[in-house]
Design a binder for this molecule. Sequence first.
Ligand code: TXA
Ligand code: MG
Length: 349
Amino acid sequence: MDTKVWIVDKSVDNLVGNPQIVDAAQILRDNEVVALPTETVYGLGGNAESDEAVAKIFAAKGRPGDNPLIIHIADRAQLDRFVLEVPPVAEALMNAFWPGPLTLIFKRKPGVLSEKATAGLDTVAVRMPDHPVAAALLRQCALPIAAPSANSSGKPSPTTAAHVLEDLNGKIAGIVDGGATGVGVESTVVDCTEEPPVILRPGGVTQEQLQAVIGQVNVDPALMKTEGEARPKAPGMKYRHYAPNAPLYLVSGTREFLQSLVDEQRQKGLRVGVLTTEEFVDQYAADVVLACGRRSELETIAAALYDTLRVFNQRKVEIIYSEIFPYSGVGHAIMNRLEKAAGGKIITE
Ligand code: TXA
Ligand code: MG
């Protein structure tokens, strides 16, 4: 299949009615799948009410069928069509953070959405993206759109149209190229069917920000390393994810310690990569040393993380050592993704 590319300037006022958006919206209405930019990562969108469209999403990504999709909406009013009840805490969170990088889990009304989209669960994950292109496309097609990240299952999520094409060219009907995304890591997933609500996946909105609005918010114990055996409540969190081609090790210790690990592998003849930040990029001797944002501003690390992991693939390293980052603010999401990318491999000095 030829993958059509529509280039849309996200700074143009009111994109509803823009010919590219109209064309892409029609293809979504025809139950084909289209990749689209959001403020977090690119999503692979399809009509959430159509089994046919949703099956195409799972097929293009090679995604396991037991992993439900997030439903994207443009208007709060669309919720009532497929959500059974909206608890007051969810109302408060929507008022504070929508549109934005926050996904809420609700009890689902049966019979409206494709059962494949929700993987047969009696709950549904919903978010309203804060991106002019996503918002215009959602309004134009007037459908709830199921959209996982637009990567092949297991790969780093895409933050540019080029990343999407790397994984899905020829497998999807089209891609709306609206430039690089902003936040860089996916939305925070919060289960509002529990009291107090529970973070199932850390993301663009931090626990501190959520608690400032509604008070106590818990974190799914399965996300904490100490609870190793617990089963995460977001089905997607149990899979290895975001992985570069080469094995990735997180290193807890000094830069000298990390350098000694690099030296050992290079002596064996391996091509070694180091993931650090701009502050320390000059301080390592390795085959490929990449700066991922600035340690002093964790948001810049989140924005660059997935691209950096993909660059290691292009540079054909055989093993990667990464610094670790503080578990504060968006650092939770960064470390969660790095731990998954590393398959839990951490070396402590
Ligand atoms: O930022 C984002 O959220 C991006 C953009 C495209 O919107 N989307 C995204 O979707 O990250 P995906 O499919 O890659 O991740 C969705 C996560 C998975 O971990 C999935 O298991 C979880 O949300 N999820 C979806 N529905 C759920 C439900 N009903 N209960 C628990 N977890 C759910
Ligand atoms: Mg994903």
